[in-house]
Design a protein around this ligand. Structure first.
Ligand code: 0WD
Length: 257
């Protein structure tokens, strides 16, 4: 069944309309899903609520605050979601952070604090969130996280975020193994570079994009919509036999030497 009618998904990490999370939200919404958004702080609540209100039809989207650096905040958010909607069918984790000054020059200079911050927000949060969301996925579910090639190979300037993505990818696999017995699947989408708020923090991002346009098999960058449609596939029953997988939505760039 392709439709997500009657299903509810939590989308974490919409900052603005350029966010990959917003591409995912639109794809799931078009497939008939009910959406719940979480934002890092009160500061983003109004703008994400306004964005959510532009989705036409269906039930009114709900927006919750959830700073993923706090276990209490995560527990509280999912308790509130459970009170308000009961069962959920999946979750899109589209959250990452590293200090901007460590996304340039050499990885060698990564500070202890910078390393821990990047891993805390960008990798550990998936495990914390999966644990809090599990009781809500009583009918089984699908968890999707967003990763990047920089976790598999050395990508200039990606530095500590690449190391955090490697940790995220491994976490995704261990979680897939733990949650499979509850009929909860866990997968990652490795997106090609897309111009977003977070991407602005990566040194020479324009250069990264132009290399994609020259060398990727499709000779172009990918869009939020393309990532969104792969998330839709992973949330739907079409992917029911797929877990612990990284799907590259990157114009094929990862296969080119
Ligand atoms: O080229 C790209 N843009 C790629 C991004 C290529 C491949 C992967 N990705 C990944 C990113 O690493 C990230 O995991 O996709 C994910 C989404 O990133 P994005 O769409 O590029 O970035 P952005 O629009 O800036 O969203 C990042 C979100 C923001 O959402 P909210 O609404 O919460 O502000 O991560 C959030 C950030 O605020 N975030 C946090 N959320 C909760 N708690 C926290 C936090 N402590 N810190 C950052």
């Amino acid at each position: 069944n392709f439709s997500l009618e009657g299903r509810t998904y939590v989308v974490m990490g919409v900052a603005n309309k350029r966010s990959i999370a917003w591409g995912i939200a639109r794809s799931l919404h078009e497939a008939g899903a009910r959406l719940i958004f979480t934002v890092a702080s009160e500061r983003f609540k109004k703008s994400v609520q306004d964005l959510a209100d532009t989705l036409e039809g269906g039930q009114e989207p709900l927006v919750y605050e959830c700073d993923v650096t706090s276990d209490e905040a995560i527990m509280e958010t999912f308790e509130n979601i459970q009170k308000d909607v009961g069962v959920i069918h999946g979750l899109a984790h589209c959250i990452a952070f590293a200090n901007r000054d460590e996304l340039k020059d050499e990885f060698l200079n990564t500070s202890r604090d910078g390393f821990l911050t990047a891993h805390n927000i960008s990798a550990y949060s998936l495990t914390a969130v999966a644990r809090a969301a599990q009781p809500l996925m009583a009918d089984g579910g699908s968890i999707v996280t967003l990763t990047y090639l920089g976790g598999e190979q050395v990508v200039k300037n990606y530095n500590v975020m690449g190391v955090a993505k490697a940790s995220l990818d491994a976490s995704m696999k261990y979680l897939a193994n733990d949650l499979g017995k509850h009929n909860i699947r866990v997968n990652a989408i490795s997106a090609g570079p897309i111009r977003t708020l977070s991407a602005k923090g990566v040194g020479d991002f324009n250069q990264i994009l132009s290399v994609i346009e020259e060398r990727a098999p499709l000779r172009r960058a990918v869009t939020q919509e393309e990532v969104g449609d792969t998330a839709y596939y992973l949330m739907s029953d079409l992917s029911r036999g797929v877990t612990g997988e990284v799907i590259h939505v990157d114009s094929g760039f990862n296969i080119v030497a």
